[in-house]
Design a protein. Structure first.
Length: 237
């Protein structure tokens, strides 16, 4: 069965259910999970996702060698080493990054009780699909991290692209069928769609159009990220 959580309220509801037999894939296309995948592909050792600024700073105090990364309102919080741009994560090779964002890391934290948590982006759709074909999870939950408390179109587009590669009509929830249809409508014009989303518009206002262009690339990174003992690492399976 493939299910899709379309917004934060659904994520919270699902997080209260038993996920021990579920594989979850979290999407925050603009930009958290795209930055994570880019970082891992560039040699970042691991990424520790946390929900709050306080948690991030506490981990930095315990281990000054880690880098703090993330955003509030799209911009790096005061005192952080990195923001939430994929380009910045490309420069963190060999480092451990503690990361907190408005939605993406919160979504990951919400489903950490799942049997497995994978990191999704447009950048690695084919790699995710191949991984899931190989491992055949009985229950698959695709998480759209959202924007604040709202639905995010870019996350739905990415989840739909993954659904389209995994299944026919059988075994799909209504939400999974909706996002697959959306992906088919979008076709390959990801940048034009992403730039006009709420997140895309906000990012362009703060001069981050290059981030949108990067995140809109389709299946250019052959990598799967997974959460293991609280750290996101590159899967070796």
């Amino acid at each position: 069965m493939i299910q899709v959580a379309l917004c934060p309220s659904e994520i919270r509801r699902i997080s209260e259910t038993d996920l021990t037999e579920t594989t979850a894939v979290v999407f925050d296309v603009l930009r958290a999970t795209s930055s994570m995948i880019t970082g891992l592909a560039s040699g970042v050792q691991s990424i520790i996702p946390v929900g709050t600024l306080e948690e991030a700073r506490a981990l930095k105090a315990q281990d000054p060698g880690v880098l703090l990364a993330g955003e509030r309102g799209g911009l790096p919080p005061k005192g952080f080493d990195l923001g939430n741009s994929p380009e910045e994560f490309q420069q963190a090779k060999g480092r451990t990054v503690v990361m907190t964002t408005t939605n993406g890391t919160v979504a990951i934290e919400s489903v950490k009780s799942a049997r497995q948590v994978l990191i999704g982006a447009l950048l690695n759709i084919d790699s995710l699909a191949n991984y899931l074909f190989t491992h055949h999870p009985e229950n698959l939950l695709l998480i759209c991290a959202g924007t604040g408390e709202e639905f995010s179109l870019e996350d739905a587009i990415a989840t739909g692209a993954l659904v389209a590669r995994l299944s026919g009509d059988e075994g799909l929830s209504d939400a999974a069928m909706i996002v697959r249809s959306l992906s088919e409508q979008v076709g390959e014009d990801f940048y034009e769609w992403l730039r006009h989303t709420q997140n895309g518009t906000n990012l362009r206002k703060i001069g981050k159009d290059a981030d949108i262009r990067w995140c809109a690339q389709f299946s250019v990174l052959d990598i799967v990220g997974q959460l293991e003992e609280g750290k996101i690492i590159r899967s070796t399976d």
